[in-house]
Design a protein around this ligand. Structure first.
Ligand code: CO
Length: 260
């Protein structure tokens, strides 16, 4: 069953997702050569708890951390380690929280210092693919319209879409119906209705789409060792159009209405 949220619930999810976005923005500013994923995880957990929220991933099916930090050929679910980030790495930061009973979930991929043109192109195309999927999160559309938008943009640039992991509904659980694949024909699957909230999360490989999971039981890496990027937003389907909930809180409250 796909739950449609009331305006009051969407407002609570805006707060949970705003916290995720604010913390991710703070972490992004800390990224430089020499920093460790474990350092970032400690900052993330402290910020989340100080805001009265609880990390959503920690303890989820035994996952041990607040953040997923996935470096270079790691696609998703990298466990934060003491390995130092190096100039030229690309790093996906993924975080979920529960605040006042509602979940937030968002991810972004950033470069460490100067990165190659190939890596920068991968980040740009993945971000654009997410933007195109968000644009399709409209009342009357279908779930598969989102995946089709991602796949067509990604493949037009010679990159590939990961099939093994998908986006998801989100609300009072981290993972709710429907699944939101990043590939497929348009016009299939459930119809999008007012109040649905979807975590849309394209994972894009520079090489082949295949992935495998490392012996730690979590870290998914590209089978061919190529770079991978991941961006995620939690988005409410509203009558007036898609509303991205996981945007940082504007410093100026008057800017809220423009922030979407
Ligand atoms: Co997610």
């Amino acid at each position: 069953m796909i739950v449609c949220r009331s305006r009051a619930e969407v407002q609570k999810m805006r707060r949970a997702n705003g916290l995720v976005a604010d913390v991710l923005r703070e972490l992004e500013a800390l990224i430089e050569p020499g920093v460790t994923p474990a350092d970032l995880d400690a900052v993330a957990e402290a910020r989340v708890r100080a805001a009265g929220a609880v990390p959503a991933f920690k303890g989820y099916h035994g996952y041990p951390a607040t953040l997923c930090v996935s470096i270079n050929e790691a696609v998703v679910h990298g466990i934060p380690s003491a390995r130092r980030l190096a100039e030229g790495d690309i790093v996906s930061l993924d975080m979920g929280v529960v605040l006042d009973g509602y979940y937030g979930d968002s991810a972004l991929t950033v470069g460490v210092g100067a990165i190659s043109e190939a890596a920068a192109g991968l980040l740009r195309v993945t971000r654009e693919a997410l933007d195109r999927a968000i644009e399709r999160a409209r009342v009357g559309g279908r779930v598969s319209d989102l995946g089709h938008a991602v796949q067509s943009h990604v493949e037009a640039h010679g990159f590939s879409v990961v099939r093994e992991f998908v986006g998801h509904g989100i609300g009072t659980s981290l993972h709710e119906e429907p699944q939101v694949p990043n590939y497929g024909e348009p016009g299939r699957g459930p119809r999008l209705k007012e109040g649905m909230v979807l975590a849309i999360e394209p994972m894009v490989n520079a090489g082949l789409p295949a992935v495998r999971v490392l012996d730690d039981g979590w870290t998914a890496v590209t089978s061919d060792g190529s770079l991978s990027a991941h961006f995620e937003h939690s988005v409410a389907v509203l009558q007036e159009g898609p509303c991205v909930l996981s945007r940082p809180t504007p410093a100026d409250p008057a800017a809220l209405s423009q922030a979407g």
